[in-house]
Design a protein around this ligand. Structure first.
Ligand SMILES: Nc1ncnc2c1ncn2[C@@H]1O[C@H](COP(=O)(O)OP(=O)(O)OP(=O)(O)O)[C@@H](O)[C@H]1O
Length: 652
């Protein structure tokens, strides 16, 4: 056995189920623990976010469902409540140990607000010279124990106490608000980061099936909506605490008033309940139309040149306008319903305040100072209660964004490659690889027709093999299997005698090879960054050497910035042939044991292609080479030429 064989076999991770390309490396129980949701048992290969996304949510506990159903709560409403509870539990879990402290600050802030309001009573007593409540009498008595008897000394003491209270309240509220803000921001940051990681960790069939613009929309728009909703929810939590304390004060002053206020406030809140469903529906539509905007924009940017050449900008523009106007329409409808709710509530609140005043004065004969405090309390309650009602709408509107994020995350986790796989560095092994593929078959997810049928292929160390075949014959699919991106649906891949049959082994194998796809890719970054990106800190000397071998040194030297030249978006600053040569240099810097070129020299003229293949062939003591080409001239460098036809190797 090859000394490095076990490294390919092991690396941790237990497959839960393994059926060719549809593998699961994390159990459903694990996924549930991380996301609060259970992924479908459907294969992960086609995990594109379907729109509208069917979020799978943990349902409400059965006892709650039983309680709510008689009140006409529909299945959809229960589903939405379940989704909200899942979101809330997720937020709570994420806040972790910060939560009790934040809750303490919220409670303290609310209490200080309440005490501040109650301080009006002794003030009123001092100003009017009458202590008409027990609280004022107690406080005045307590002050006279300390010799604070005169009106002036009482007023000064009260002003001093009030200012101190205000200062403490300021500090607590500042602490509370900054904590809540960082809780909310941290939560959405972690969502962004875990999505990003999950994309990186998901297997190739899943990731390649995702639409790039859907991912962009999820990581930007959906997360931004979740952020706005979370921020409002946390602030509403603080407001709710304040409302509770102030209602406590009303209860202290006059329990009957409390009942009155409670009944009328409840009625006002009920006005907003029907709007929740609408807010949720509009949220779903905003998510859907937002994705369309990203999709059209992505297609337009990717096909700029073609769109201009075909005068097709108008088509993109009308699709874009239609999606933008849809989003605007839904947002406008949502804002209108918020405005309606606000106005309805303000009207109801006016009725409450006036009723409380009239009932208190004429029916209950409440003392004037108590009535004054009650009015202050009620006036202060209107804002927070209104905010709580609006938060309900905002959350209902943001829940579809949360559902989309959670669903995408669950799909990605279900397709996660073994997270503990430790790839073996090529430099540690060295020397060209021996590769053996036996009876490999492959069928793409959702397709009935196999792309590859019983393909067997051996590459000896240092061997150079050319692969040709018609378009669609399955060449790229075969290369993806040989490079450990796809697991064959049947058959086996062995590297140096070790079976590549697990995610860990696939990751390990990928770190030992260099793969040059048909479309050479460069980031919008300096050339140096582009070249050393996947290598192990090469020196400038090594970088230039690789550039020489790839036939790229000359034009890099000639460019004004040298290695610091920016390559532009997707390498636009260089021609197709130059990009290919830069990518070959990057591949060489990886010290690969197998070099795979999928028509990676197709943009070069025959002389340059010949030149580069000659130089690569001279390095067969370092790596084996497998290259796809259709040019007869290019095949002369190969020891063997294979031809693939309809998924079968027909000549060797
Ligand atoms: N992700 C995918 N999902 C479903 N089918 C796919 C996928 N990728 C490729 N196919 C199908 O598999 C077949 C082989 O594709 P492949 O890209 O391997 O061919 P190829 O020989 O490399 O073609 P070309 O020379 O045109 O690049 C094609 O019929 C293609 O439609």
């Amino acid at each position: 056995m090859h000394p490095h064989g076990p490294a390919l076999r092991h690396g941790g991770g237990t497959p839960v189920a393994r059926t060719g390309a549809n593998r699961r490396w994390m159990s459903r129980r694990e996924i549930h623990a991380q996301t609060g949701t259970l992924p479908d048992r459907r294969p992960a290969g086609r995990a594109a976010i379907s729109a509208p996304y069917q979020s799978r949510c943990r349902l409400l506990p059965p006892y709650l469902q039983t309680c709510l159903l008689p009140f006409g709560a529909s299945g959809k409403a229960l589903h939405r409540m379940g989704e909200f509870l899942t979101y809330f539990a997720d937020l709570r879990r994420d806040a972790g140990r910060q939560l009790p402290f934040a809750a303490l600050l919220v409670a303290l802030g609310a209490l200080l607000e309440g005490i501040g309001v109650l301080a009006i009573l002794p003030f009123a007593a001092v100003i009017t010279g009458t202590a008409d409540t027990q609280l004022s009498r107690d406080l005045l008595g307590w002050m006279s124990q300390f010799g604070i008897d005169s009106e002036w000394s009482r007023a000064i003491a009260l002003v001093g106490a009030f200012l101190t209270l205000l200062a403490i309240r300021g500090v607590v509220i500042w602490q509370r608000d900054t904590r809540l803000l960082s809780l909310g921001l941290g939560y959405v940051d972690r969502w962004r980061s875990k999505l990003f990681r999950a994309i990186g960790a998901a297997d190739w069939p899943t990731v390649s099936a995702l639409r790039r613009t859907d991912i962009e929309h999820a990581v930007t728009n959906d997360v931004a909506r979740l952020s706005a909703g979370t921020d409002q929810l946390l602030r509403a939590g603080a407001a709710a605490a304040m409302v509770l304390v102030q209602l406590g004060i009303v209860a202290l002053l006059s329990p009957l008033l409390l009942v009155l206020v409670g009944v009328l406030m409840g009625t006002a809140l009920l006005f907003t309940l029907p709007l929740l469903r609408k807010a949720n529906l509009l949220g779903e539509r905003i998510t859907h139309s937002g994705r369309r905007i990203h999709g059209v924009l992505g297609d337009f940017m990717a096909s700029q040149k073609l769109a201009r050449l075909n005068n097709a900008e108008g088509d993109f523009l009308s699709r874009f306008d239609s999606a933008v106007s849809d989003v605007r329409g839904h947002q406008l409808a949502f804002q209108k319903s918020q405005i309606t709710a606000r106005l309805v509530f303000q009207f109801a609140a006016g009725v409450v305040v006036l009723t409380a005043l009239l009932v208190g004065f004429f029916v209950l004969q409440t003392p004037l100072s108590v009535l004054a405090v009650t009015m202050v309390v009620l006036a202060r309650l209107v804002g927070p209660i209104q905010m709580i009602a609006q938060t309900g709408q905002a959350i209902a509107n943001a829940l579809p964004a949360y559902g989309a994020l959670r669903g995408l995350y669950a799909d990605l986790l279900a397709a996660a490659e073994c997270p503990t796989a430790r790839p073996v560095e090529a430099a540690q092994i060295g020397g060209p690889a021996r590769l053996s593929l036996t009876d490999a078959g492959f069928t793409y997810q959702g397709q009935s027709r196999p792309v590859l049928h019983s393909v067997s292929l051996k590459i000896e160390p240092g061997e150079i093999i050319a692969l040709s075949g018609r378009s669609g014959a399955g060449k790229t699919t075969l290369l993806d299997i040989l490079s450990g991106l796809l697991l064959p649906s049947s058959g086996e891949l062995e590297i140096d005698g070790a079976l590549v049959d697990s995610e860990a082994a696939m990751r390990g194998w990928r770190s030992q090879l260099a793969y040059l796809p048909q479309d050479p890719f460069l980031f919008d970054a300096p050339l140096r960054e582009n070249l050393v990106w996947s290598a192990d800190n090469p020196t400038d000397e090594q970088v230039w050497h690789a550039l020489e071998l790839a036939g790229a040194a000359e034009f890099v030297r000639a460019s004004r910035g040298g290695l610091e030249t920016r390559s532009g978006e997707r390498g636009q600053a260089f021609s197709g042939g130059e990009r290919q040569r830069l990518c070959i240099a990057r591949a060489l810097l990886r010290n690969p044991r197998l070099m795979i070129l999928d028509e990676a020299t197709s943009a070069l003229d025959a002389r340059l292609e010949n030149d580069i293949l000659t130089r690569l062939s001279a390095m067969r003591d370092r790596f084996s080479i497998l290259y796809v080409t259709h040019r007869r001239d290019a095949m002369i460098h190969a020891d063997r030429v294979l031809s693939l036809e309809e998924g079968r190797i027909v000549s060797q």
